[in-house]
Write a protein that binds this ligand. Structure first.
Ligand code: GDP
Length: 470
């Protein structure tokens, strides 16, 4: 109305004549606005608003002919003490020869090994917690998860967590049955237990590759790496090395002498020494780049982890980075992101909750209702899972993305955060700290004593008939 030099009422009246029942604060689309302008005999023009982000960062998809194969990025997960660290060490020892760079390996958060002339990139921080924390920041960096299960111990609670975190992220799982050197090793029992969690071994007609290994005695490592390459072949991993680099911050710290130091995993494009990058709210020029063998390098193609210096500040692990052409504009974008972060702290981001589930479904914001189930006994987990998933209807699919025995922990919170899920507990609760964290992160936790109460409450919430809580 202001631009047309008319009153609100004039514009609303015209809209009504055009059959649009709008009020003064309503947004109308371009075509409707154009009709109104024509009615008033006013010239109009379509202005395309381009954000700094769009001007600075080219996130368009690469044409097929520009794509080249890239090596897989692998993470190692599993229950504590099942041998994740030992396995990562065994792989590194076997493949980083003393002839390379004087044999000094650098721990930069990720490393690359070569097998049969092909590279495999391993993330050096074992465990699903770090993995899911990154995913909660929007980073999706792994292609394959190696699930380590000790043959003498079998599937344990964190094994189940790892399986479900990997599944929720949609990464391929290869099972390494570790500690085969132990006399009490029982790989058949492990395989049996795996099937109970939806992982059916190949030799039993499923599609999950299981490799018996001993990280301690360095046995089975080569077979495991071969299986990683085989899985990578099936995934047909590709990237375009001839574009501006894009990737994720794997680790970052402040070094007394060198300033902010960050390990980046390049996921697309090639990162060059001298490039200007923006990582989250941090900007800088890549002053020097070192690979995992401590060598200075000038170019890092896709799937390469590099340690860089030259950033103005320490970015967060899981931050996405982009190489950009315009440093000034990058600083502007960083400032804008800092502002947005500040604002976000006030208004918490939209997350799924039972209280406004119905309106979120109505607005088409939710197609999958993701639920994490924790209970005091396995029987309840199974029963709840089946009953909840049965609530699925045409509008929403109810998916139990993780079920486990035991208290509600920060690891559950992290998964809920990364997968936009609610958490339900039966005869288990979060401790005070976890409850506080859940509140801060806006994760909805509901606890119940009996199963039907839970089913009823979620069913009611899906229909939009949940009584408001006062
Ligand atoms: P993580 O907690 O999963 O990282 O497990 P670690 O790698 O720290 O290993 C836990 C313990 O299991 C250590 O004492 C290792 O020496 C031992 N271990 C790891 N792999 C093997 C193996 O293949 N055989 C045997 N006998 N012990 C192993």
């Amino acid at each position: 109305a202001t631009r047309l030099k008319k009153t609100n009422a004039d514009v609303v009246k015209k809209l009504m004549l055009l059959g649009v029942m709008a009020n003064a604060n309503q947004v109308v689309d371009f075509d409707t606005a154009a009709l109104v302008c024509e009615e008033f005999k006013v010239k109009y023009e379509r202005e395309i608003v381009v954000t700094i982000e769009e001007r600075l960062i080219d996130d368009s998809d690469d044409a097929d002919e520009n794509l080249e194969p890239r090596s897989p990025v692998v993470v190692v997960m599993g229950h504590v003490d099942h041998g994740k660290t030992s396995l990562l060490d065994a792989i590194r020892d076997a493949h980083v020869t003393a002839t390379e760079a004087g044999g000094i390996t650098q721990h930069i958060g990720a490393y690359k090994v070569n097998k049969n002339g092909r590279d495999i990139t391993f993330l050096d921080t074992p465990g699903h917690a770090a993995f899911t924390a990154m995913r909660a920041r929007g980073a999706n960096i792994t292609d394959i998860a190696i699930l380590v299960v000790a043959a003498d111990d079998g599937i344990m609670p964190q094994t189940v967590e790892a399986i479900n975190h990997a599944k929720a992220a949609g990464v391929s799982i290869i099972v390494a049955i570790n500690k085969m050197d132990k006399p009490e090793a029982n790989p058949e029992r492990v395989k049996q237990a795996l099937t109970e969690h939806g992982l059916v071994p190949e030799e039993w007609g499923g599609d999950v590759i299981c490799v018996p290994v001993s990280a301690l005695k360095h046995e089975g490592i080569e077979e495991l790496l071969e299986m990683v390459l085989l899985t990578a072949d099936m995934l047909d991993l590709k990237a375009n090395p001839n574009r501006a680099a894009k990737g994720t911050v794997v680790e970052a710290k402040l070094d007394k002498g060198r300033g902010p130091v960050a390990t980046l995993l390049v996921q697309n494009g090639t990162l060059h020494a001298g490039d200007v990058i923006i990582a989250g709210t941090v900007v800088g020029r890549v002053r020097a780049m070192t690979d995992d063998k401590g060598r200075k390098i000038t170019d890092a193609p896709p799937s390469t982890p590099v340690e860089i210096i030259g950033l103005s500040d320490v970015p967060a692990a899981g931050d996405i980075f982009h190489a950009v052409a315009d440093e000034k504009m990058a600083r502007e974008l960083a400032e804008q992101r800092r502002q947005e972060e500040k604002e976000k702290q006030f208004k918490s981001t939209q997350k799924v909750s039972l209280d406004d589930l119905f309106s979120q479904i109505q607005q088409g914001e939710i197609k999958d209702l993701n639920i994490i189930v924790k209970a005091d006994v396995q029987g309840s987990v199974e029963a709840v899972k089946t009953s909840l998933e049965r609530l699925s209807n045409d509008e929403v699919r109810v998916r139990v993305i993780h079920g486990g025995v035991g208290a509600i922990t920060d690891s559950d919170l992290m998964l809920a955060n990364a997968s936009n899920a609610i958490i339900v507990g039966f005869n288990v609760r979060p401790d005070a700290q976890t409850r506080e964290n859940a509140h801060a992160q806006n994760v909805d936790i509901r606890t119940y004593r009996v199963i039907y109460e839970c089913i009823e409450e979620i069913e009611t919430a899906m229909k939009g008939m949940l009584a408001p809580k006062y």
